[in-house]
Design a protein around this ligand. Structure first.
Ligand code: PPS
Length: 203
């Protein structure tokens, strides 16, 4: 990682850190002043999104339902499947709180990042102690993509949306499967709201 000079901040993005057991200790030992930003979305949608990504790389994988359940008839969820396990946010946060206080974290709502990107980016900039440079003026809603995009990225002149692998259509999942997963996550979500002091409104 390059040396951070006066007036600079160094940022690093690795989604898997949040769910990696050794990550908090290692980061703490590197710099206990590190600020941590975690983007979270409804864990049920997250699991389906995760599955969609794997499916796009390997179309031969079993169905979502076959992977999500240990036993379909009893409704027993397979928590060893990473797409399910990653969404148990309270459990992962608990591991981080052994090293970092809550004040070092910013939890960004993945849903609001889509419905109000400038609002969520405002929170990010405040958390990092930056001037609010990124505002409403930088985003527009792209009807084709179905997501917000940048009007004019830094150093470029053309509008820019995220790539094809972001915002893909999800396969249709049986409503009962979705319902069972919602029930599964509910207590963990409640715990996560309690721990963060933020209600993300998932249900
Ligand atoms: N502006 C904009 N454009 C496109 N997509 C957007 C945007 N904002 C948030 N999202 C959501 O980001 C989801 C993909 O991000 P990931 O978390 O999978 O990214 S990463 O691979 O972990 O870096 C992706 O999930 P899927 O919809 O399941 O593809 C999007 O819902």
């Amino acid at each position: 990682m390059p040396r951070t000079l006066e007036g600079q901040i160094t940022m690093e993005k690795t989604p898997s850190y949040f769910v990696t057991k050794e990550a908090p200790r290692r980061i703490y030992n590197m710099s206990r002043d590190t600020k941590l930003i975690v983007v979270v979305r409804n864990p049920v949608t997250r699991a389906i999104s995760d599955y969609t990504q794997t499916l796009s790389k390997n179309p031969a994988i079993p169905s979502f339902q076959a992977l999500a359940f240990k036993n379909v008839s009893t409704g027993l969820i397979d928590t060893s499947w990473s797409a399910v396990r990653i969404g148990i946010y309270a459990k992962h946060l608990d591991n981080w709180l052994q090293y970092f206080p809550l004040s070092k974290f910013l939890f960004v709502s993945g849903e609001r990042l889509v419905s109000d990107p400038a609002g969520e980016m405002g929170r990010v900039q405040d958390f990092l102690g930056l001037k609010r440079v990124v505002t409403d003026k930088h985003f527009y809603f792209n009807e084709t993509k179905g997501f917000p995009c940048l009007k004019k990225p830094e150093g470029g002149s053309k509008p820019r949306c995220l790539g094809k692998s972001k915002g893909r259509p999800h396969p249709k999942i049986d409503v009962q499967v979705v319902q069972r997963l919602r029930e599964f996550y509910r207590p963990f979500n409640m715990k996560f709201y309690q721990m963060t002091g933020q209600d993300f409104g998932w249900d």
